[in-house]
Design a protein around this ligand. Structure first.
Ligand code: ADP
Ligand code: ZN
Length: 215
């Protein structure tokens, strides 16, 4: 099964992707995470991508396509995978279809998180994660159960993404509206597009996604 989680920055697709992936033994492919990893290890790709990401712009199609191409060949993608943050342009979507058609497969499900822009900016500003295990938290909606301690791994070091400030987040929203939204009609035509209420609580969103997968 190949699932695309689709929606603007801060809509909750990362949170849902890691949960749904674990639950179904699918691989979780986040181009954002992969790019941040490349930036951290200062690879050639990372050096190219760092500034663009800090500006809230989209990294070139060429870079993200080559990252995804390598990644979907890995063994853990055999049972299926969840794409989180890819494709983000029509060119990326078309190239994904090309890659999959080589293996006679297609995208099964595109899940569109419907949300509103004000909520997104607040969510993005509030979010942080555990540096040990990556679990996401939020100042407003999901603080650790014990003050300063990660619920999952009990670590006590938390990080905030450099691009999670109001100014960069607005730029990311702009890029989404301009370059990524046109993908909706693309997938609607292929009859694989379903919308869910991204403003609902985390558990409800998970339930909605699971029921779409089981259909
Ligand atoms: P968000 O969805 O909250 O913006 P991501 O972690 O998905 O966060 O992406 C962070 C940044 O990484 C983006 O702002 C963009 O610069 C870059 N990026 C991630 N995926 C892609 C993609 N498919 N195409 C181009 N740039 C991407
Ligand atoms: Zn942790």
């Amino acid at each position: 099964m190949i699932i695309i989680l689709f929606g603007p920055p801060g809509c909750g697709k990362g949170t849902q992707a890691s949960f749904i992936a674990k639950e179904n033994s699918y691989a979780h492919l986040s181009t954002g995470d992969m790019l941040r990893e490349a930036v951290k290890s200062k690879t050639e790709t990372g050096l190219k991508a760092a500034k663009i990401m800090e500006e809230g712009k989209l990294v070139s199609d060429e870079i993200v396509i080559s990252i995804i191409k390598d990644r979907i060949e890995k063994k853990d993608c055999e049972h299926g995978f969840i794409l989180d943050g890819f494709p983000r342009t029509i060119a990326q979507a078309k190239e994904l279809d090309n890659m999959l058609s080589n293996n006679n497969i297609t995208v099964d499900l595109v899940i569109n998180f419907s949300v509103n822009d004000e909520v997104l900016l607040n969510r993005i500003e509030g979010r942080f994660s555990c540096s040990g295990c990556g679990t996401g938290f939020n100042d407003e909606t999901k603080m650790p159960r014990e003050d300063g301690i990660c619920d999952v791994c009990k670590g006590n070091n938390f990080i905030r993404r450099k691009d999670d400030n109001r100014e960069t987040a607005s730029k990311r929203l702009e890029a989404y509206n301009k370059e990524t939204l046109p993908l909706l009609p693309y997938y609607k035509d292929k009859e694989v597009l379903f919308s869910i209420d991204g403003l609902s609580n985390i558990e409800n969103v998970t339930k909605e996604i699971m029921s779409l997968i089981q259909k």
